[in-house]
Design a protein. Structure first.
Lengths: 161, 780, 292
């Protein structure tokens, strides 16, 4: 039996505790303990971004994040973006713009887009494109995803607060 | 005054994909995410040899490991084989023929225990002589890969039309060329996954990524020793397929055999490296082309010989010549044609089907060759292509009736919008300038089936439709939604007929026990075939409702229409009654009660090829032309594609957003094929099995797109639509190759056009020029 | 990797270090494996190469190892500073703009957000982009261990082979330190690949020096991915230093450089192409210098 460590973290705005394997990744933990399957395992080596989550305000590949290191941190997954206030502007824009085909890369794309917009609400198209470099999509040719991130920034502007 | 509802249409509009909200909020559970009660995990032990006799397999250590529930080898598997030629036993007992080969498999409580168990399995081999090259494999005394086919030929096709010999005599120019296209692989974001569950009566439910739900029953059953009727196929959402899931691959029967052995659900999921090593590739082909023309550029003949590296087993890759042949014989008007293809067994990995199936390869060869011929004829690329373009109603040598095509329109649109000729002449004139960065522009076109492809006795699709008391519609279709947007298009056709909002339509499509038969999602066929079936079934429901409404309202049925949830008068739009009201009246009508439940099976008016490869196998055909404008770094060899103009005959736009998405994504696929994707097979082994070293396109590499849709209004297609999703992937690569030639005078015959390959070709060309100059200087 | 080749590490002890002292203690017996960003360690952890010892020592809560400070003309970058922090640091943007520029060509946002300067150095990948400018800036690595005095080591002498360094199993990189360059400092970074950052460099080059009137002095020419470690082309530097950059000098520098690098052929590129890229980069950047 591998070594287990007790951790506590804020997951999608809720304080939670978990017992995690010392070699476990954050991606494995989210699925095993919390039944959160939005983050996808697609390469396991940080090359595709399908597992992107936001930890303490920074996007990262959950497949390369040691679960033990989430202790005390603030973690946001794609499931946390849809609240009773409605879906996130990024999610809505992905739906509106046709940025979703097979959808497997979508949660990671949305989290990275959320990160980009959190850092810079007025992000330019060139910055969006560079910001999505670590996220692979095999279906869309990226155009509609880029349009969706732009669209999300417009939806945000129009929304109160 | 009565409410009036104007007639509107949802065809051609921007429609939100039905699956997008659940996918964007991660409510969707993909096959990779599924967990069944008491489920076990499975893993496969693969060989590390490419051709070897298996002397022994010792699984005792693995069996003894705590948490292991079953370990299987060939001796535990039924005799049935899989693959197009049924030459692939899911587990190998006597010998291995390629690096993917499955030796044993384990089912255990966790994936970690599976991994540990695999490491405890001991295999003894005796290496056999290897062969990796087609020509070598065909030579006398070559190692035999499949003992049932000692000549190493897996499949071959031959077609001849007209008289090549006299056509060659009549030709003013004959141009020859060799074009070798490479290995690439699908890189679905969702890796291969299967989940199997047996019941006590020996019936198996397989959750799979298949694109072929009804044929897969037949294809997998022998390897399970099962009756096809006892195989139930469920298709959960998947992370991409692009053709890779047309065949059955060994992991699927292996997973099911483990489920049978353990009497528990078993799930098998690949690692990304395993996906690179053990999932199908695109078929690599060596093309040899000879083609003739008159002085004025009129094509006289085309003679093409192909060698296909079949690898160790035969999957759909070996059948890609059926499509390549269509391109060779029918793309442009060619009066005399000959085509020969041989798929040759080697110790390489084997190829499957892949978006653009055979045509990606053939179009690279034909369109590169056409550009070379244009130069020989002294014509520009546009004039030469228009001179030989296909025309509406053309009957090709293989008896395809091209129907309402617009090849010339595609060429002209792409050329005009890109200002092609001015740029082409200008870039050509600047080739000799001593600048590091050179600009070029190139064009390519292709022809593809756009109304299904009758490769089986039927190319049909069934649909069932019911409406409830609240005018909600349920459509059960045979069609497979794999993210491409078919559910949405099907719902659009139904919404159009029944005058109901999109959100009132539920599409059900993922269980062979409920869905009617369909060939599967391939060959750009779903909008056309399943769309037609959906349209027809909805038409039946519409007529039933209007008939009832006519009798309730005393308005002639011919003057009734369904709009926005109401029965209205067709001529002035005046509302007669809500749709749900008439449905309830029909339902609760005592002795005359009727529920709206309709069925339809649509069989397109196409025919399978005969044994001579003659037959009009698709109900529609279409063209696309791509123009690529590029900048080449002549030092580093990097090609930057700045803009792509696409003009494609789509028949009719159905969902504008979905159409754009398919074409943009298709071009991105083709860009990878052209520029960077290269599955390197070294002595039978995959040398670059990761995204780090196998480069799919990322956002910064995508050029600007200019998309033009030509609406030729196909007579048979639903609302005039044609299939669209493969052409974008097919056409782009040779357009870039031709642009590279325009920019630099360098002609790459063998893709991909990687920086190193381009830099080397330019350096060699410069060195040759310097040498020639040196010799001249010496003489001078 | 293939399931049959997956060897998860056996970790029996986990130390969540909250101070440098605590981390060094945990590393003292040589069985500890420091965990920083994890982007490399976690990707490789199941390789079975024995890189991960029985005790995992998490450094991420040691705040003293984080951050960028400038003192007395020296920049000190804490080992745990992420590549993103380099990219976004205003101080560096003003005084050593080369570093944020290299950071911008490093992997992806998601990796930049976690990958650390110390980790990039300690991994000793011959293709580690971020090491190049630090070597060119004559950086020193600050190394600490339990019970011994901290020591400083020139970064250029830190690497001994692919994945190999002079760092002892009980030692930890705590910072990298370099002098703020002169006002006329010129520094460029070149990297191949159609993907701006995600690409593993086939060849990366960093050229720095004091540039006036088209003449480069005190130059540093450092290459990545053309040898077992980062390569410093000291002979080429001597040739360039103080010389008028004319065609003859460029040709001589290219040939001399080609003799100092030792690229290999692998799945990513051939020896020929790597040499060709290196020549192209150096030629292009010398010509830029000439015109300034």
């Amino acid at each position: 039996m591998s070594l287990k460590i007790e951790i506590s973290l804020v997951l999608n705005e809720t304080k939670v505790e978990a017992s995690v394997g010392v070699t476990e990744s954050a991606l494995e933990l989210l699925r095993r303990e919390f039944d959160l399957c939005g983050a996808k395992l697609a390469c396991g080596e940080g090359e595709c971004g399908a597992c992107t989550i936001i930890v303490d305000g920074r996007s990262r590949n959950s497949c390369l994040t040691p679960a033990v290191d989430l202790d005390g941190r603030d973690v946001m997954t794609v499931e946390g973006l849809w609240t009773e206030k409605g879906v996130d502007a990024v999610q809505q824009a992905f739906i509106n713009e046709g940025a979703v085909q097979c959808g497997y890369c979508t949660p990671g794309m949305i989290m990275q887009a959320r990160y980009l917009l959190n850092r810079n609400p007025d992000i330019s198209e060139a910055e969006i494109i560079r910001g999505l470099e670590g996220n692979v999509c095999r279906c869309t040719g990226y155009k509609k995803i880029i349009a969706a991130v732009k669209g999300a920034s417009r939806i945000q502007e129009g929304s109160p607060g | 005054m009565n409410k009036v509802i104007e007639k509107t249409t949802i065809i051609g509009k921007r429609v939100t994909k039905l699956d997008a909200p659940d996918k964007a909020t991660a409510r969707t559970r993909y096959i990779n995410d599924l967990v069944l009660p008491r489920m076990l995990y499975a893993k496969i032990l693969r060989t590390d040899r490419v051709h070897a006799k298996i002397l022994s397999i010792d699984t005792s250590g693995a069996r003894a490991l705590a948490g292991v529930h079953a370990v299987i080898t060939a001796s535990d598997a039924p005799d049935g084989k899989i693959g197009v030629l049924r030459d692939n036993p899911p587990l190998k007992g006597d010998k291995v023929r390629c690096i993917r080969d499955e030796i044993a498999a384990v089912a255990a409580d966790t994936e970690e225990i599976c991994d540990a168990a695999l490491r405890l399995i001991k295999v003894e081999y005796e290496d056999l002589p290897t062969v990796f090259d087609c020509t070598e494999a065909l030579s006398e005394g070559a190692p035999i890969i499949d003992e049932d086919r000692p000549d190493n030929i897996a499949m071959q096709q031959y077609f001849e039309h007209g008289d090549i010999g006299s056509a060659e005599d009549d030709s003013d120019f004959v141009v020859e060329g060799e074009y070798n296209v490479h290995y690439v692989t699908h890189c679905n974001m969702g890796v291969s996954c299967s989940l199997a569950d047996y019941d006590m009566d020996g019936r198996v439910t397989i959750y799979t990524q298949t694109q072929y739900p009804f044929n897969v029953k037949m294809d997998i059953a022998p390897s399970l020793g099962a009756h096809p009727g006892d195989v139930r196929i469920i298709q959960p959402p998947i992370g991409g397929a692009f053709g890779s899931k047309l065949d059955v691959y060994p992991y699927e029967p292996i997973c099911a055999i483990l489920a049978k052995k353990t009497r528990r659900p078993v799930k098998l999921i690949f690692s990304r490296e395993e996906e690179f090593v053990a999932s199908p590739t695109r078929q690599p082909v060596e093309f040899n082309i000879r083609a003739g023309m008159k002085k004025d550029g009129t094509l006289t003949f085309r003679d093409v010989d192909c060698l296909l590296n079949n690898g160790g087993y035969t999957s759909w890759g070996a059948t890609t010549p059926y499509v390549s042949m269509r391109t060779v014989t029918s793309h442009y008007t060619v009066p005399n044609v000959r085509y020969r293809a041989r798929a040759v067994y080697t110790n390489n990995p084997f190829a499957g089907s892949f978006r653009g199936y055979g045509n990606v390869q053939a179009t690279w060869a034909i369109e590169t060759h056409m550009d070379r011929m244009a130069e020989v004829a002294g014509l520009d690329p546009i004039a030469f292509r228009i001179k030989n373009a296909n025309y509406p109603g053309e009957i090709t040598p293989q008896a395809a009736n091209l129907g309402r095509v617009d090849h010339v329109g595609c060429i002209l649109q792409a050329a005009d919008k890109s200002d092609f000729l001015d740029k082409w002449h200008d870039c050509k004139a600047r080739q000799a300038e001593n600048t590091r960065y050179k600009r070029g522009i190139g064009i390519a076109t292709s022809l593809h089936n756009a109304g299904g492809a009758k490769i089986h006795k039927s190319d049909g699709c069934g649909t069932m439709l019911k409406m409830d008391d609240y005018a909600r519609v349920t459509v059960i279709t045979g069609a497979s939604e794999i993210g491409q947007g078919s559910d949405t298009v099907i719902a659009q056709f139904v919404a159009e007929e029944l005058g109901v909002p999109m959100r009132d339509i539920t599409i059900i499509n993922n269980d062979s026990a409920t869905s009617p038969w369909d060939v599967g999602v391939h060959a750009s066929r779903t909008t056309y075939i399943a769309g037609n079936s959906a349209k027809r079934v909805a038409r039946k429901a519409r007529e039933r409702i209007l008939r009832a409404a006519a009798s309730y309202s005393n308005v002639m049925m011919e003057n009734l229409d369904l709009r926005a949830g109401y029965v209205v008068q067709a001529d002035d739009g005046v509302v007669i009654m809500p749709l749900d009201k008439i449905l309830r009246q029909m339902h609760f009508a005592g002795e005359d009660a009727e529920l709206v439940m309709e069925t339809d099976y649509y069989e397109p008016p196409s025919e399978p090829e005969d044994e001579n490869h003659v037959g009009d196998m698709s109900a529609a055909y279409s063209h696309a032309a791509h123009v690529a404008e590029i900048v080449v770094d002549t030092k580093l060899g990097t090609i930057k594609v700045e803009k792509v103009w696409s003009a494609q005959d789509v028949g009719r736009v159905v969902n504008l957003t979905g159409l754009e998405g398919q074409i943009e994504g298709g071009i991105a696929f083709g860009l990878g094929y052209a520029l960077s994707e290269d599955l390197k097979i070294v002595e039978g082994k995959v040398a670059n099995p990761s995204f780090r070293d196998y480069h799919v396109m990322t956002a910064p590499q995508i050029p600007e797109f200019d998309l033009t849709f030509l609406e030729t209004d196909d007579g048979e297609g639903p609302a005039g639509a044609k299939g669209i999703a493969e052409l974008p992937t097919i056409v782009i690569a040779p357009a870039i190759g031709n642009a590279l030639y325009n920019a630099t005078g360098i002609r790459i015959h063998h893709p991909p056009m990687t920086p190193e390959k381009v830099a080397r070709a330019i350096a060699e060309s410069n060195a040759a020029q310097d040498n020639a100059k040196g010799r001249t200087d010496e003489r001078g | 990797m293939l399931p049959q080749n997956r060897f998860p590490p056996v970790i029996t002890e986990y130390v969540n270090a909250t101070s440098l002292e605590m981390a060094l203690e945990a590393l003292a017996d040589g069985n500890g494996t420091p965990l920083a960003g994890g982007s490399d360690l976690w990707a490789q952890k199941d390789n079975g190469d024995g890189r991960i010892g029985s005790r995992l020592v998490n450094l991420n809560r040691i705040d003293e190892l984080r951050g960028i400070s400038v003192n007395n003309g020296f920049v000190r970058i804490g080992a745990l500073t992420s590549i993103s922090e380099i990219l976004e640091n205003q101080e560096l943007a003003g005084s050593v703009a080369l570093l944020p520029k290299v950071a911008d060509r490093f992997a992806s946002d998601q990796i930049r957000n976690v990958a650390t300067v110390g980790g990039n150095i300690a991994n000793a990948s011959p293709a580690a982009d971020f090491v190049l400018p630090l070597v060119a800036l004559d950086s020193e690595v600050e190394i600490c261990s339990n019970g011994r005095d901290p020591r400083k080591q020139a970064l250029s002498e830190f690497f001994t082979g692919p994945g190999k360094t002079i760092l002892g199993a009980d030692e930890l990189i705590t910072a990298v330190i370099f002098k703020i360059p002169q006002k006329n400092f010129h520094g460029v970074f070149c990297k191949t690949g159609p993907r701006p950052a995600l690409e593993i460099s086939l060849v990366a080059m960093c050229l720095t020096g004091e540039l006036h009137n088209g003449i480069l002095d005190n130059s540093r020419l450092v290459f990545g991915a053309v040898g077992p470690t980062v390569i410093c082309c000291t002979n080429t530097e001597s040739l360039i230093n103080g010389s008028q950059i004319d065609d003859e000098l460029v040709a001589g520098a290219l040939d001399m450089m080609a003799g100092e690098i030792s690229p290999i052929t692998d799945v990513r590129a051939s020896k020929w192409y790597r040499t060709h890229i290196a020549r192209t980069f150096l030629e292009q950047e010398l010509i830029v210098c000439r015109s300034k």
